[in-house]
Write a protein that binds this ligand. Sequence first.
Ligand code: PLP
Length: 388
Amino acid sequence: MVNEKFKKLGTNRSAIRELFEYGKKLKEQIGEENVFDFSIGNPNVPAPTSVRESIYKNLNDNTVHAYTSAQGDVKVREKIASYDSAKFNLNLSADDIYLTSGAASALTIVFNAIYTKNAEYIVIRPYFPEYKLFIEASGGKCVEVDSDENFSLDVDKISAAITEKTRAIIINSPNNPTGTVYSKEQIFALCKMLSDKEKEFGGKIYLVSDEPYREITYGKEVVNPMCFYNDVITCYSFSKSLSLPGERIGYIAVSPKAEEKNDLYAAICGAGRALGYVCAPSLFQRVVADNYGKTSDISVYEKNRDLLYDSLTSYGYECVYPDGAFYLFVKSPGSGNSFFEECKKRAVLVAPSDDFGVKGYVRISYCVRTETIINALPIFEQIIKLFK
Ligand code: PLP
């Protein structure tokens, strides 16, 4: 006998992961150059050379593979705390930072740490599909709220969805899948509304800010909500900024101004322990500390964004203009999944939007070689003609 819920999750992978696996097989069959894989956010730009140098340097120390403190090596946490404090004008200390295996485990740990009976967690549609899974696995209920017509925050709708059971709202800017970066005014309005709601209900409503794309922005400022609200928990990842998704490294930061900060941090340590994380990968704790503040060459993504956005809109596609991350959210011409199917038939792999909680769009992940985009453009041009 096995757990049916987990069996189902393991058998039915997410549509996006399924597509990624399909793409790998297809590449073996028809050759890598004939598959245009825009399915997942696997950065194609290499990590900076200093990452490689740091790996080699740290391998010379034979203590590098040892367990670290459960919350992460104190020197690494100090580095992150002091850098982020200076950057965002905060007062973080090492004891506000908890190192994780990427943003995925950061989110799982946080949802478990703040769970109380009947907890509700608000997510903004379209949203990263794993939020729902992580929330439900922690025992919580996922409450979906639409974004506004520009795929930005609709603070009135969020406000209307808050009840005394709301434990958190999850935001993600720059956003996967739309590339939207929330403005300072919007973050401020959200924070103000949450402060009012906390007073109204007399409990804590955490703002969980999921920030794997924080540095991947093309000119628009990415605002840190810790500057405007006390009960903020940041989930960060080095998967995208340093192109290290397979190494599984990230962190949780708890706002030093959170009223229940000590309890919250203790609950995060407890959730990490109960979920069996033990500690984040120790070699990569050191590597990210050595490289903190650096990023992979983001100019490649900007070039890809411009090429893809300008070309697709010139063919007649309706696209959300992405100010950050490396995704283009495109309205599907035609009905149902027909556009997705036409793409798939031609080995152009794009993610259907259903998993993100909305219908009628596809997500094109453009963290790929620029040639992949150049070679796929004539196919996109051809496909839209089928729907005219
Ligand atoms: N949150 C968002 C919005 C993401 O897009 C991703 C990965 O694509 C994650 C979290 C998980 O990232 P990680 O690789 O750090 O677990």
